[in-house]
Design a binder for this molecule. Structure first.
Ligand code: AMP
Length: 395
């Protein structure tokens, strides 16, 4: 893995694929700067070494040129975060970008227009990738969020920099965090999977079973396991097509000496709503007309001992419908326990969609070892897939 410190950026123009796909409000103001902040260490490193930076990214899913999704809208925010002027090129290729890139001097930053204004970007077009490549001397990929896409700027472009390409520090951290969890000698290794569906996590479970010691299954996923084993789950979310599969999985886990930990009790209600009376019930005795929307106190106690005993922890997916404040208790409590275990020395990685949102919402971001910035890319990594953006850097 070639990293930033293995290349010299002095007097070089670094063409950096960043992930500035940030949310904008109705006034086109950036509402969450996490992704820009996440790219700052790489940009700072290159500028401090006497290089210049050409930043390229996509924003949203434009169909052709769309002023509402111009990266020009975020140039000021990028400049504020970097603490330096940001020059903007009104296209990602062509004369304006070429001239501005050619005139860039050490210490300067150029942001080029939304790559996806060209359909060639997502098609992984060679000619477009080649045109982009002429802008810089060194290619740096720091966009973990798009590393699972074989797009022109994330993968195809790398072949034009056979000796001058490297991981940005964010991408390096993401890859190392996943490695640390999936190839860890710090045992027990625990994976906590929650969220709504078993079906969306099958490939992950299959891939990680060989690498973990304990598996906590929580959230909506758990009910399919409970029903498959003969429990009464009432109206709780369940995938009947996967009942047989979950039984197979339980057997597979036994063969591999992986302990599966399921919830014991739940916070149940009669309506899928926040404003409804809650009853704590045994997860195997939920009557028809009721459904479990969060983990109960006995489940949390059971999970606590597993989490506190773990040396390596992966968390993906909430333990309940955390979007409803009254059913966020389990997810919040799990965050607290993971934070405690981390304080005690465990390595904890939170990754993939809703658990990241939960960790941020409940303020645990700084109390776990690593929070991944890439939803789909993280999930595909956990599924054991080779991400094109990473493979292209390793070629
Ligand atoms: P996923 O995208 O598969 O990770 O699932 C995340 C979603 O699962 C969140 O929106 C949660 O509200 C939902 N979820 C978690 N637990 C339950 C449950 N017991 N019943 C219904 N939905 C749930």
């Amino acid at each position: 893995m070639k990293t930033l410190d293995q290349l010299s950026f002095k007097n070089k123009k670094a063409l950096i694929r960043v992930d500035f796909n940030v949310p904008l409000d109705d006034n086109k103001k950036v509402t969450d700067t996490t992704r820009i902040l996440a790219a700052k260490p790489t940009i700072d490193h290159i500028l401090a070494e006497g290089g210049s930076c050409i930043l390229m990214s996509h924003l949203g899913r434009p169909k052709g040129i769309d002023p509402e999704l111009s990266l020009g809208l975020i140039a000021k925010t990028v400049a504020e975060i970097l603490g330096t002027e940001v020059i903007f090129a009104k296209d990602s290729v062509g004369e304006d970008a070429q001239t501005k890139a050619a005139n860039l001097t050490p210490g300067q930053v150029l942001l080029i227009e939304n790559l996806r204004f060209h359909a060639e970007e997502t098609k992984g077009d060679e000619t477009f990738a080649k045109a982009l490549s002429t802008l810089g001397d060194i290619y740096v990929n720091d966009a973990f969020g798009t590393a699972h896409r074989a797009h022109a700027s994330t993968a195809i472009i790398a072949s034009y920099f056979p000796d001058n390409k490297c991981f940005g520090s964010l991408l390096e951290q993401e890859v190392k965090a996943i490695e640390k969890v999936l190839n860890s000698d710090d045992r027990p290794v625990l994976a906590i999977l929650g969220g709504s569906k078993v079906s969306s996590k099958i490939t992950i479970i299959e891939n990680i079973l060989d690498k973990i010691d304990d598996l906590i299954i929580g959230g909506g996923m758990a009910y399919t396991f409970i029903k498959a084993q003969g429990g009464k789950i009432g109206d709780s979310i369940c995938e009947d097509d996967y009942l047989a599969y979950t039984l197979e999985l339980i057997e597979k886990a036994k063969e591999k000496n992986v302990n599966i930990h399921l919830p014991i009790d739940v916070q149940s209600t009669t309506d899928f709503s926040n404003e409804t009376p809650i009853t704590v019930r045994d997860i195997t005795e939920i009557p028809d007309g009721s459904q479990g929307l969060d983990a109960g106190p006995a489940s949390l106690k059971k999970f606590e001992s597993v989490v506190m005993n773990a040396k390596t922890i992966l968390w993906n997916g909430p333990l309940g419908v955390f979007e409803f404040s009254n059913f966020a208790t389990g997810t919040k409590a799990l965050g607290t326990i993971i934070a405690e275990s981390t304080k005690k020395g465990a390595f904890s990685l939170v990754g993939g969609g809703d658990s990241v949102a939960a960790v941020k919402q409940f303020g645990f971001e700084d109390q776990v070892s690593y929070v991944s910035t890439g939803g789909g890319a993280m999930l595909e990594s956990l599924e054991g897939k080779n991400l094109p953006g990473i493979a292209a850097l390793l070629d």
